[in-house]
Write a protein that binds this ligand. Structure first.
Ligand code: BGC
Length: 741
């Protein structure tokens, strides 16, 4: 079967119907079955099922010879020769690893993230992969959850932009191009709201919050063309997502009209029984299929039980046909039926780790770095003033750890570590002493701490490389205490006591609580897990070759007990203010009940975060002034034009991420205290000024109201512009007419 590149959607649908008409029921159900092919000799143990048309897709195989052989059997030795979807977790790079998605979100640069995804797709395609299980678009307000690393953080608007960027990057301009792979927005929906940040735990999310917070990034990814969507493992409001008809039918198919493939998560159909939703695998298959799952990832409930459900008249063949059509359609749209399309020529690795991939990975890493503290201009360093440097800590030379979570095809041998980059940068002119001091990030105090202290004492400056190993974040890797693990805080203290300036670089898969180290260091650069080129990116920023521009995509709590803490919270009826907060140490003995402020704060942690959403310092100073609106009375069809004067008041060029926030002061459901509605990266030379402009339309102010419909309400709004979510530079306007739509 072949199709020309001028195929229209109608042509594709006709081809799908032609093919469907030739299929037996068993072959149809086979298309709905995705099999793990990660074990050795996959072609051997899957061969018979492939020949019989019992497999529509495989995952977790990236050895080209094996992929080609699986495709050869499927296309040449099965009755209808239907090619396979070959799925893989290409999450933040394939072989060339970019920063974890949370780090990529800190760039606030969707164009660059799109380029990174494009290059990841190109690399993956050289191994016959035609489908990535990415992007993960789960909103995460909980840094304990290990998968916050795979997310774009806490914000809806920012996640929407990155969802679109990654989908477009993976899928490219032409889905049929050999280097385009299908994207998969996951995990539908609400997975990031796991109770206490424990992976797979229950989620309970009111419908209004689902619609206003958790669902929009999926819609954005779908609107950008995502061919597929994955269900979540979690129980959502009492019905696991993989069997949740409200999500999969009402929202996804009926309201959004999604025509792509819904794949379960790994074994999540069979797990419906473990959840206690169904008594056995037959019923699990029934629930998942009738809710709207098209393809089962691993598990085997569909392939084993769908025939009996049809025989019993409980499932109609038309329901099977609908699922199979969506799967075949995706295969046609990807061009997999083109002659030779699924047999990829070996390139001996020429398409991997290319100069272009390394350059984009480095640019992403550089822009992801967030400068959180920089007392008295401790950074950037000037090597001309240094004769000796101590490089200390478990992550200075940890090529595997800097890659971060979920990097099946990455290779630590490609990594440029901070130690290697700094060594290369300093050359022989500066003495460099390297003391890891800890075997890994969780190690405890040892005599090696004294070596570290000595190295610091004998150097002009101590550079500390701290954080979490990659295994401490990602799927199933959640933490209840999110401070620096092991005895790292003690290492910092020992080094601090030596009296030299201390610069900390923290690599981690999540926001950490940094209270016990922040006051011990002169500067702190947050590097997430920065990927293959992390070392070079960090070195460039430390030594001022580049000015840091990253901004936090998630709030950093000052105590884990503040979680969930996020900037776009509700106002509450008793909002805290600085003068209502009382600290636990300042309470009088037998103080009367009403003496303690009576507002929404913690006695031991106040209400402010360590660092707000959007925060990040620069080596230069940006000044915001002259915030102006084109009108204070905005009519419904009018565009609100917002302008602000941004000036670089420092002595070097730099990039600022200018952020636009809005508050709807009165709503039929209470509205967040601030919502991000726009951002722009602006590069200014020293002393330069620019007018930065944003536009807002009434539709940008809409939200899901009491009746779960989008509404835009007339009334008063406040607008802020600034360099982070705590900005106070604001104006007001009134939206003068009302409309429901
Ligand atoms: C994860 C998915 C992933 C799948 C395949 C699951 O455990 O939740 O995000 O795509 O495995 O590797």
């Amino acid at each position: 079967m072949s199709s020309s590149s001028s195929d229209s959607i109608q042509d594709v649908d006709r081809r799908v119907q032609d093919l469907l008409a030739k299929m037996t029921l068993a072959e149809k159900i086979g298309q709905m079955n995705q099999q793990n092919a990660s074990e050795e000799n996959a072609a051997g143990y899957l061969g018979d099922d492939l020949r019989a048309g019992r497999i529509g897709s495989v995952l977790n195989v990236s050895d080209l010879a094996t992929v080609n052989e699986l495709q050869r059997i499927a296309t040449k030795e099965s009755r209808l020769g239907i090619p396979l979807l070959v799925g893989r977790d290409v999450i933040h790079g394939f072989r060339t690893i970019a920063p974890i998605p949370l780090g990529q979100a800190a760039t606030w640069n969707p164009e660059l993230v799109q380029r990174g995804a494009r290059l990841a797709a190109k690399e993956a395609a050289t191994r016959g992969i035609n489908w990535t299980f990415a992007p993960m678009v789960d909103i995460s307000r909980d840094a304990r959850w290990g998968r916050i690393a795979e997310s774009f953080g806490e914000d809806v608007f920012l996640s929407n932009r990155f969802a679109e960027a990654m989908v477009k990057g993976f899928q490219g301009d032409d889905l049929r191009a050999p280097d385009s792979i299908a994207a998969c927005v996951k995990h539908f929906a609400g997975y990031g709201a796991s109770e206490s940040g424990r992976d797979y735990a229950t989620t309970n999310i009111p419908e209004n919050e689902l619609r206003n917070v958790y669902l929009p990034p999926f819609k954005a990814g779908i609107d950008a063309g995502a061919l597929t969507l994955m269900t979540s493992f979690s129980d959502v409001n009492g019905v696991p997502a993989t069997a949740n008809r409200f999500l999969l039918q009402q929202v996804l198919r009926d309201e959004w009209d999604f025509g792509g493939v819904v794949v379960s998560d790994w074994d999540s159909v069979r797990q419906l029984e473990i959840h206690g939703l169904t008594p056995n695998a037959t019923e699990s298959g029934f629930e998942a299929l009738t809710a709207g799952v098209d393809m089962e990832m691993a598990g085997g409930a569909f392939i084993t039980h769908l025939q009996e459900l049809i025989a019993a008249g409980r499932v109609s063949e038309s329901a099977i046909d609908a699922a199979v059509c969506r799967i075949l359609r995706a295969k046609f749209l990807l061009g997999l039926f083109e002659p030779g399309a699924v047999c990829v020529e070996p390139d001996n690795g020429a398409g991997l780790v290319t100069d272009e991939a390394l350059a984009v990975s480095k640019a992403l890493a550089t822009q992801s770095l967030v400068l959180l503290k920089n007392d008295n201009g401790a950074l950037p360093l000037d090597e001309r003033t240094l004769s000796s440097v101590a490089v200390i800590g478990p992550l200075a030379e940890a090529p595997y750890e800097q890659l971060g979570t979920w990097i099946f095809d990455g290779n630590a041998n490609d990594s440029v570590t901070p130690l290697a980059a700094i060594r290369r940068h300093l050359g022989d002119a500066v003495t460099l002493t390297h003391v890891p001091a800890m075997e890994h990030s969780r190690s405890r105090y040892s005599e090696r701490f004294a070596q570290a202290a000595q190295a610091a004492r004998e150097s002009d400056i101590a550079l500390l490389f701290l954080g979490e190993e990659s295994i401490l974040s990602g799927e199933a890797h959640c933490r209840a205490d999110i401070s620096l693990p092991g005895d790292q805080a003690r290492l910092v203290e020992e080094v601090r006591a030596q009296g030299v300036p201390v610069i900390a670089v923290v690599m981690a898969g999540r926001p950490l609580t940094l209270g016990n180290v922040l006051n011990q260091v002169d500067a702190l650069l947050y590097a997430w897990h920065p990927g293959t080129m992390g070392g070079e990116a960090i070195c460039d920023v430390l030594f001022g070759l580049t000015c840091p521009s990253g901004k936090l995509p998630a709030t950093f709590p000052n105590a884990v007990g503040q979680i969930p803490i996020y900037y776009n919270q509700k106002h509450t009826g008793k909002p805290p203010t600085p003068d209502t907060v009382v600290h636990i140490d300042d309470i009088d003995a037998q103080a009367p009940q009403t003496s303690l402020g009576m507002t929404a704060f913690h006695l031991d942690a106040g209400y402010l975060p360590q660092f707000p959403f959007g925060f990040g310092l620069s080596y230069t100073e940006f000044e915001y002034a002259d915030l102006n609106l084109n009108t204070e009375q905005l009519e419904f069809t009018q565009i609100l034009e917002i302008a602000v004067r941004l000036t670089n008041r420092g002595e070097r060029a730099g990039t600022e991420v200018v952020q636009l926030y809005v508050r709807d002061l009165v709503g039929q459901v209470t509205r967040p205290v601030k919502e991000l509605k726009g951002f722009k990266r602006v590069h200014l030379q020293a002393g330069e000024s620019a007018t930065v402009r944003f536009e807002l339309r009434a539709a940008d102010l809409s939200f899901y109201g009491r009746h779960m419909q989008p509404v835009t309400e007339a009334g008063d709004f406040q607008v802020w512009v600034g360099g982070d979510s705590s900005t106070t530079l604001s104006r007001s306007f009134t939206l003068t007419a009302e409309r429901s739509h």
